[in-house]
Ligand binder design. Structure first.
Ligand SMILES: Cc1cc2nc3c(=O)[nH]c(=O)nc-3n(C[C@H](O)[C@H](O)[C@H](O)COP(=O)(O)O)c2cc1C
Length: 170
């Protein structure tokens, strides 16, 4: 499978199965292998397999409601920007890590969905409170993870519009 082209957002999971904690940590390793500005260590990961916490997080936003359908998650956390050499690039670092986790999950046959948190302040403060993220740290994204409940959920949707490819210059 070409797991980059075939990655899709999965929002329904088979709750009779659960990804092992060690596997979730392994996904964080893929997240952390993403590039970061000046190689700054701007990220942390909270591995969540407690459904009580997942249910609470499902109430952070309209888009997070789908978390109720999964039993494992990773929260990508931004470290205190004041302590980073290139804080204005931190959102890119965190996005790259989030995408890496989605791709690694797909390559292993797990379903995943990115739930956007940062930069919406109300979402960040709600998610921070639930996960006890304090100081200047912040929840950047939530990733729903699990075994997909639908067959054929990975497919190439061929999203590329050739009009968006420019050769050399406008
Ligand atoms: C920054 C960002 C925030 C997103 N937030 C949500 C969300 O809150 N809830 C959700 O169900 N999907 C969310 N998604 C997933 C998108 O809806 C999904 O990627 C898009 O519809 C394209 O579908 P695909 O991922 O299957 O290609 C988010 C994706 C990104 C990149």
């Amino acid at each position: 499978m070409d797991y980059i082209l075939n990655r899709r957002s999965i929002r329904k999971f088979d709750l009779s199965k659960k990804i092992a904690y060690e596997e979730l940590v392994e996904l964080c390793r893929y997240g952390e292998s993403a590039p970061s500005a000046r190689k700054q260590k701007s990220r942390e990961y909270i591995v969540i397999d407690d459904y009580t916490i997942i249910e609470q997080l499902s109430e952070v936003s309209k888009g997070s409601m789908i978390l109720k359908n999964c039993n494992t998650m990773i929260a990508v956390i931004g470290k205190d920007p004041m302590e980073l050499p290139t804080p204005h690039m931190q959102a890119q670092d965190l996005s790259a890590a989030t995408e890496n986790i989605l791709l690694a999950a797909t390559s292993k046959g797990y379903g995943s969905c990115w739930i956007g948190i940062y930069p919406l302040e109300d979402r960040v403060s709600r998610a921070n409170a639930i996960l006890n993220v304090t100081g200047n740290r912040f929840v950047f994204s939530l990733i729903a993870l699990g075994y997909p409940s639908e067959k054929d959920c990975f497919f190439d949707a061929d999203k590329l519009d050739s009009r968006n490819i420019i050769h050399n210059r406008y």
